[in-house]
Design a protein around this ligand. Structure first.
Ligand SMILES: Nc1ncnc2c1ncn2[C@@H]1O[C@H](COP(=O)(O)OP(=O)(O)OP(=O)(O)O)[C@@H](O)[C@H]1O
Ligand SMILES: [Mg+2]
Length: 469
């Protein structure tokens, strides 16, 4: 069999698609000509938004002086295994080990091939685990120290009837060893709830260990949670995972929906049988941990989408808690605002300024996507600028919020038909469906365009026009 041009290109295409490394080809103008799927995954981008774009447009932290691609291009020498930390144009931080090889054709450098690997995959795994667990050197001790400052139910402030009842019910069941699943949007107080349950249980003097499943590369999560044994991979030593470190206490697994599906199966065994097997081990260790898990999306929809295993869900949701978003607890909005003014009043020179009428109205209509955390931050920031004034007014808030708060006002006027121009009504409707689509797509423009069934470029244009971030 002869290697024909066609076979050659087939071979290379297959290799590019199946090896683990990200591969890109950048031409002499700095335009990205080739960019494989793995590179897109590594850099948190879509292939189609990168191809034929200029390097500096996609990676704003690179320039002709610091780019190893440019170095390879200018010197004609490869740059091998350089550890790089950089940002993409969406602000995502990327850590990779890259090799840049100049491609020479008839004595002339025509471009550079870049091969990149996830830093966690390429560096020895053990190093990475150590780095991530760095602060946990002595977990038992540190969690005991921390136990002194854990939240209790008194820290969860609300006036909402349903929530007050939920707190009372949860207090009663905290004493049991049942697992707990908490569902709530970001900033609704899931961590406060989880710590309070631990503080109210008989495990209160034992460790409370929290791990966010979304914060760790998938391939490391298993080693972190279950531990490793010497020799299970290069550099691995005998090391207990978080389940073992939390023995006798409570482990909080945040954003459980980010745990890989297969790992959820292994996790279920810990819940069912109370044993953990370290990565690479034969022996199992008995552990006694209470698990509290959180999800920030509706659990049943996560099960439907096969993001969350149903058997795990049923096992976990012996106690199931839903904390409603702030926008659905209207009586809490102003009450909590006052509470946070009191809490942070030392910031302003005037004692406890009041919210102006206009602010109150805007607050009640605002969507509070960041929930109570956002409300608290917003109050703190206003207290910083209110000075000697008696009232906190719209102009005391951060710019981003003024826009949105006043936009709410604008929406209201639309509703009440004060604005009657055709264009304004249409524009506002457009803005709303675009924002909804973006929310559904978790901010991913390509996905949002698909939902709206319009071209990505069209959507991009509208985002610019309506100044939507
Ligand atoms: N009901 C509440 N009473 C007082 N403070 C609250 C309440 N809810 C939230 N907060 C404040 O908001 C912050 C965020 O709460 P918490 O970390 O518990 O949210 P979360 O639901 O775990 O969010 P995420 O999903 O982003 O991790 C807290 O540090 C606290 O300052
Ligand atoms: Mg949390």
């Amino acid at each position: 069999m002869q290697i024909t041009k066609r076979l050659k290109s087939l071979l290379f295409e297959t290799i590019y698609n199946y090896i683990e490394e990200g591969i890109a080809f950048i031409d002499r103008n700095g335009t990205i000509i080739y960019y494989n799927r793995q590179m897109a995954e590594l850099e948190g981008l879509e292939q189609e938004e990168v191809i034929e774009k200029h390097l500096w447009d996609i990676f704003p932290t690179f320039n002709p002086q610091n780019s190893t691609i440019m170095k390879a291009f200018n010197t004609g020498e490869p740059v091998i295994n350089d550890e790089q930390h950089y940002l993409n144009n969406k602000g995502k931080k990327i850590s990779a080990v890259v090799t840049d090889i100049p491609i020479v054709d008839r004595g002339e450098v025509i471009g550079v091939i870049e091969i990149a690997r996830d830093i966690y995959k390429s560096k020895n795994l053990y190093d990475a685990i150590n780095r991530i667990q760095g602060q946990e050197e002595c977990p038992k001790k540190s969690s005991k120290e921390k136990a002194l400052s854990l939240y209790t139910f008194d820290d969860f402030k609300t006036q909402d009837e349903q929530l007050l009842k939920l707190i009372e019910r949860t207090k009663k069941i905290s004493a049991s060893d049942s697992n707990v699943l908490i569902y709530g949007e970001t900033g609704t107080g899931k961590e406060i709830f989880a710590q309070s349950i631990h503080s109210a249980s008989k495990r209160r003097n034992m460790p409370f260990i929290a791990q966010n499943c979304a914060a760790i590369p998938e391939n490391l999560l298993e080693s972190i949670l279950f531990g490793t044994v010497k020799g299970s991979f290069t550099g691995a030593l005998d090391r207990p995972g978080l389940f073992e470190q939390a023995d006798g206490g409570t482990i909080l697994l945040d954003e459980l929906n980010s745990m890989p599906y297969t790992l959820q199966g292994k996790f279920l065994r810990v819940l069912e049988e109370g044993v953990v097997r370290r990565v690479g081990a034969i022996k199992e260790n008995r552990v006694d941990v209470r698990v509290i898990a959180t999800v920030n999306k509706e659990p049943l929809s996560l099960i439907e989408k096969k993001v969350l295993r149903d058997d795990l869900f049923y096992r976990l949701s012996v106690i199931s808690i839903h904390i409603p978003p702030l926008r659905a607890r209207r009586e809490d909005i102003l009450w909590l605002a006052d509470f946070f003014i009191e809490k942070h009043k030392h910031i302003s020179r005037k004692k406890s300024p009041k919210l102006s009428k206009e602010v109150k109205k805007a607050f009640l209509n605002y969507s509070w996507n960041g929930n109570v955390r956002e409300l608290e931050n917003v109050i703190e920031s206003a207290l910083n600028v209110v000075g000697e004034e008696e009232e906190i007014k719209i102009e005391h808030f951060p710019y981003y919020l003024i826009d949105r708060l006043t936009d709410v006002k604008h929406q209201e006027l639309i509703k009440s038909n004060v604005y009657k121009t055709y264009n304004e009504v249409v524009e506002n409707f457009e803005k709303k469906i675009i924002s909804d689509a973006l929310n559904k797509a978790d901010g991913n423009v390509s996905k949002a365009a698909k939902i709206l069934n319009i071209k990505r470029q069209t959507l991009q244009h509208k985002l610019k026009k309506f100044k939507i971030n």
